[in-house]
Design a protein around this ligand. Sequence first.
Ligand code: FMN
Length: 372
Amino acid sequence: MSALARPSHLLSPLDMRDLHLQNRVALAPMTRARSGAERLANAMMAEYYTQRASAGLLITEGTTISPQANGWVCSPGIYTEEQAEAWRPVVDAVHARGSRIVLQLWHTGRASHSAFHGGELPVAPSAVKIEGEGVHTPEGKKPHETPRALETGELPGVAADYASAAARAKAAGFDGVEVHAANGYLLDEFLQSKTNRREDDYGGSVENRFRFLGEVVEGVEEAFPGRVGVRISPNGSFNDMGSPDFRETFTYVARRLDEMGLLYLHVVDGLAFGFHGLGDAMTLEEFRAVFSGPLIGCCGYDREAAEAAIARGAADVIAFGRPFLGNPDLVERFDNGWPLADAPDASLWFSGEQTVAGYTDVPMYDAVGAGV
Ligand SMILES: Cc1cc2nc3c(=O)[nH]c(=O)nc-3n(C[C@H](O)[C@H](O)[C@H](O)COP(=O)(O)O)c2cc1C
C-alpha cells in the first residue's frame, strides 16, 4: 500500500478546544513586509492568506501591538482602529474559504532599532545587545544597538498594549491571537537568562523571568477569552538567543502556561531555523509531558515527519513556514502526492515593497499541465 493510500493524520480534522479545524496543517507565522509604511493590511495580503486557506489554521505574520513594538520595515500593526479595520477583509476572505485565522501579537524588543523610534533606543528587559548581523531599518541596514532596559513601572503599560491589540483582533473577527514569545523578541528576552539580567521581580529566578509573559497572557486572555495561543522557541538561536538553562526554563514556562488553559502552545521544536546547541534539543514529547492542551510543532517538517509526529501523539497540528512560500496549495499537494515547488528567491520573502512578486504570483500546482 502506498503512503498516500493510508489514512492521513495530518489531513484529518481537529477540534482545537472549541475551534474546529478542517485539517491539522497550519500556516506558520511569516513576516512578508507588504503592509506599507502605515502598517495596514491590504487586498494583496487578503489574497495571499486566501490562497493558503486550505490549511486548517492560518497564523498571521507578526503584527505589532504598539509603535514601541515596531522593528521591521512594512510589517503590519494592530495598535489603531484603522489598522484593525484593515485586517477585517483578510479575516472575512479566509473564513469564506472555511479556514481559521489567528493574529500573531508582536513586540520586537531589542531586535528593533532607534531608526524606528525617532532616535529613541529600542527597549528590552536588560541592556544586552544582539551580537551578529544588523537590522533593516527605514534608513537601510544598521548595526544592532544596546537596548534600554524597561523600568518596572513601564511593564503594565506594555502588557496593556498586548491586551488592547487582542481586543481589536477580536473585534476584527479573528478566531484568536498568538502571543509571540519566540525567536528572541521582547517576551522571549524576558524568559531567557541570556537576555534577562533584571534585579526586580521580573528577573533572576525562572519564576520571575516568566512573570511578564504570565501577566501579558492574563490580560490577553481577558480581552479574548479562550482563544489565546503562545509561541515559544526553546531550541532557537535566531536573534542571538540560547541560554544554558533552556531546558529548565522552557519546561517551567510550559507548566505555567498549562495552568492558564491556552487555546494551544506552539513550540518551534525543529532545528532548521538555527539551533543554539547548548544541550540536547528539546522535543515535543517533553512538552506533551507538562502541557495538557493542544500542541503545535514547527520547523523543518515535511509531510512524512508531520504525519509521524501526529501519529505518535507528539503534536496535534504541524505548522509549515517555508514550504508554504512556494506552495500556496500545500494541503492539496500533500493530499494528492504532487511534488513541492521551491520557495521563491529569499530577496522576495520580506520585500518591503507592496509587490506581488514572490508573494501572490506564486502558482498553484498545474495538475492538467503535468498530465496528472
Ligand atoms: C519569511 C519568514 C518570515 C518569518 N516571520 C515570522 C514571524 O513573523 N513570526 C514568527 O514567529 N516566526 C516567523 N518566522 C519563522 C517561521 O514561523 C518558522 O518557525 C520557520 O520558518 C521554521 O519553519 P519551516 O522550516 O517550516 O520554514 C518566519 C520565517 C520566514 C521564512
